[in-house]
Design a protein around this ligand. Structure first.
Ligand SMILES: [Zn+2]
Length: 268
């Protein structure tokens, strides 16, 4: 659980704002959760996925939408980069290559690959009431990248794969060669990372909270994140991998009113 130890976390927040450590690469900024994974594999795999997606998509370029999205994204990214560099988290963004593209799709959606490449759908731009709402979504997506959530997904899927792989040994042991071979051929080279596999609920909550801190630091109204996540029928698909809108709104609203939020957004 995030933010579990009320007393302790306040001390940690203060400590790393006033006495930043030289490197805290295994700690997620803002949430201060410790991780035991790296980002390299996720960054290189997601780069391949990004280039493949780019080759199949219609990209919008040279329009007023691009100027607007570039401006919003630039502000957010420079805030993330400044924050990571200033407070000893620079290892978190190593190897990332931040850039943004607008996809000519009506669906309300945005994503940020592990390597920092961002896609924003035209449908999201058209449905947003203002820059603050767009910033809320992009900040949430960048937070997934900074938090190495894709690495965690890959690691979890790999553990599932290893668990399933034990079935081969068991199949030979109890089912003989014929059955063992059948299971073995089914399992061979089966581990292929699924990029569409959803993030966990905890990862979504973490991205929400990091996102509101970063959008506020970049000069956007954090309360707009609440307007964005209030349920709308066209966003059902997006919500299917996220906590319920009511939970998100409550969590974000409580966080914005909290001590941490004030500390993290007050001191630049
Ligand atoms: Zn998310």
């Amino acid at each position: 659980m995030l933010y579990q130890e009320e007393g302790k976390k306040k001390i940690i927040c203060k400590d790393y704002l006033t006495n930043p450590k030289p490197t805290q690469n295994n700690i997620v900024p803002v949430s201060l959760r410790e991780q035991n994974i790296g980002s390299n594999f996720a960054i290189s795999s997601s780069e391949k996925e990004y280039f493949s997606a780019i080759s199949k998509s219609t990209i919008i370029a040279g329009t007023v939408h691009n100027e607007r999205i570039d401006r919003i994204t630039e502000k957010l990214i420079s805030e993330y980069v400044n924050f990571c560099n200033k407070y000893g988290f620079s290892g978190r963004i190593e190897g990332m290559n931040f850039q943004v593209n607008i996809l000519n799709l009506d669906e309300w959606n945005a994503l940020c690959y592990a390597g920092g490449q961002i896609f924003v759908n035209l449908g999201l731009i058209n449905e947003s009431a203002n820059d603050d709402e767009i910033a809320a979504v992009i900040a949430h997506e960048i937070a997934h990248a900074i938090s190495w959530h894709t690495s965690e997904k890959i690691y979890e899927q790999y553990l599932d794969y290893l668990y399933l792989n034990n079935a081969v040994t068991t199949a030979y042991q109890y089912g003989g060669t014929y059955f063992g071979d059948k299971v073995n051929s089914f399992m061979s080279n089966r581990f292929v990372y699924d990029f569409l596999y959803p993030f966990s609920r905890d990862a979504e909550t973490e991205a929400d909270l990091i996102g509101v801190v970063m959008m506020a630091r970049a000069g956007y109204n954090p309360y707009s994140a609440i307007d964005v996540w209030i349920d709308k029928p066209s966003r059902n698909e997006y919500y299917s991998t996220h906590p319920s809108p009511e939970t998100r709104v409550n969590d974000i609203s409580n966080f914005i009113k909290s001590f941490e939020f004030k500390v993290l957004t007050k001191y630049y």
